[in-house]
Design a protein around this ligand. Structure first.
Ligand code: FAD
Ligand code: DHB
Length: 394
């Protein structure tokens, strides 16, 4: 084929996982090509995660892309849980012996990674259509795609599937070679972004009789808020006014009184899902990030779990190319999954504790009430919550 590129690692997906891996590998002299279906502007227009674990921010520093994050991101030492109208502070720093999280949006992370790849002459190919990985169990796997109507091909040693939940990579693995574990929740999150001052300096995770709400932020002039909504609700059902009224009704009165409202600049509904695909490797295809697992967003573990996969994969590939040691690649799936499942447990648990489950029997409701009460009263229980929220070690 005329348009054939040869590289070491062919990466499908130009989201944070794929870009971060290609940047880290490049710094170690390992060549890669990233194939992204969308335009750069489209990828940067998606509003997603906002809270980064310390392990993630350390990896951004290792990748040489942390300058703006360190200047503009906000370190948060704690967050609040609002239970039926009362705020309870979770002192992350105190409970973990010094660990914190960084508030810096996924959009900004991705923008910094794109800029860094461009500055180093990295190959990120946008609008790569009909991407298809081939010969996954051979020593010479390859990827085909179409660009501007032309058929193109990437020959490589390894393929990394970093193409998100709906990507082609996981679907290219024969069904009898993987097991998928899934839990779907009976609600979604309606989120808005608005150019208003955040209602509170720290995040508030709010449980109320009307359902869950989250007050988050991107900066001191950009707020991100969410409310739990039924699965069949549509964005069109929610005027800005209705959103603000509902959010206020789920917050403590004194917080609601301070809420600055304004026009939304983005509004979307995301369904909640827990999902894991095992194993995360098939032949020379390695899955990473949302391509292999999804968490419900409560607890902000989605992007952070993607980053831990990249950490393991990056180190395994460096050991393979620099020292001829493939043990890291061989154990990648097992190592990554151990941490993935811990993030799954935490996200499922926080979701279960803070949302309204309309069909739950009264017994379950009573347990849910007492569980939160216990967590808020017990220092040991709050320490466990904090340990997971700041991120378990890689
Ligand atoms: P993605 O960001 O999904 O990137 C995959 C990339 O692959 C995309 O750019 C996509 O266009 C590309 N792609 C897909 N198919 C193909 C193909 N066939 N060929 C080529 N390219 C392809 N996490 C949180 O922690 N907090 C949140 O608030 C939060 N909100 C979210 C809201 C939504 C609507 C979604 C979907 C996710 C949210 N997440 C959140 C999760 C978090 O954003 C993800 O965990 C994170 O984006 C994972 O990064 P990734 O690079 O693995 O996948
Ligand atoms: C955000 C999303 C989350 O799921 C979360 O737990 C914290 C923050 C956010 O988008 O800001």
């Amino acid at each position: 084929m005329a348009n054939t590129i040869k590289t070491k690692v062919g990466i499908i997906g130009g989201g944070p996982s794929g870009l971060l891996l290609s940047q880290l590998l490049d710094l170690k002299g390992i060549d890669s090509v990233v194939l992204e279906r969308r335009t750069r502007d489209y990828v940067l227009g998606r509003i997603r995660a906002g809270v980064l674990e310390q392990g993630f921010t350390d990896l951004m520093r290792e990748a040489g892309v942390a300058e703006r994050m360190d200047a503009e991101g906000e370190i948060h030492n704690g967050f609040e849980i609002s239970d039926m109208g009362r705020l309870h502070h979770i002192d992350l720093k105190g409970l973990t012996g010094g660990d914190t999280v960084m508030v810096y949006g996924q959009t900004e992370v991705t923008r910094d990674l794109y800029d860094a790849r461009e500055a180093r002459g990295g190959k990120v190919i946008h609008e790569a259509m009909d991407v298809q990985p081939h010969d996954l169990t051979s020593d010479a796997p390859y990827i085909t795609y179409t660009r501007d109507g032309e058929k193109c091909r990437v020959d490589c040693d390894f393929i990394v599937g970093a193409d998100g939940f709906h990507g082609v990579s996981r679907k290219s693995i024969p069904e009898d070679q993987i097991t998928e574990y899934e839990k779907v929740y009976p609600f979604g999150w309606l989120g808005i972004l608005s150019e208003t001052k955040p209602v509170h300096p720290e995040l508030i995770y709010a449980r109320s009789e009307r359902g869950f709400a989250l007050c988050s932020l991107r900066s001191q002039v950009l707020s991100r808020y969410y409310v739990q909504v039924p699965l069949d609700d549509k964005v069109e059902d929610w005027s800005d006014e209705r959103f603000w009224d509902e959010l206020k009704a789920r917050l403590p009165e004194d917080v609601a009184a301070k809420l600055e409202t304004g026009p939304s600049i983005e509004k979307s509904i995301a369904p909640l899902r827990s999902f894991v695909c095992e194993p995360m490797r098939y032949g020379n295809l390695f899955l990473a990030g949302d391509a292999a697992h999804i968490v419900p967003p409560t607890g902000a573990k989605g992007l952070n779990s993607a980053a831990s996969d990249i950490y393991y994969l990056y180190h395994a590939m460096v050991a393979h190319y620099d020292e001829g040691d493939s043990t890291g690649l061989d154990s990648y799936s097992e190592t990554a999954l151990r941490r993935v499942w811990k993030a799954q447990r935490f996200s499922w648990w926080m979701t279960s504790m803070l949302h309204n489950f309309p069909d739950n029997p009264d017994f379950d409701r009573k347990i849910q009430n007492i569980e939160l009460e216990y967590f808020l009263e017990s220092e040991a229980a709050r320490a466990s919550l904090a340990e997971n929220y700041v991120g378990l070690p890689f």
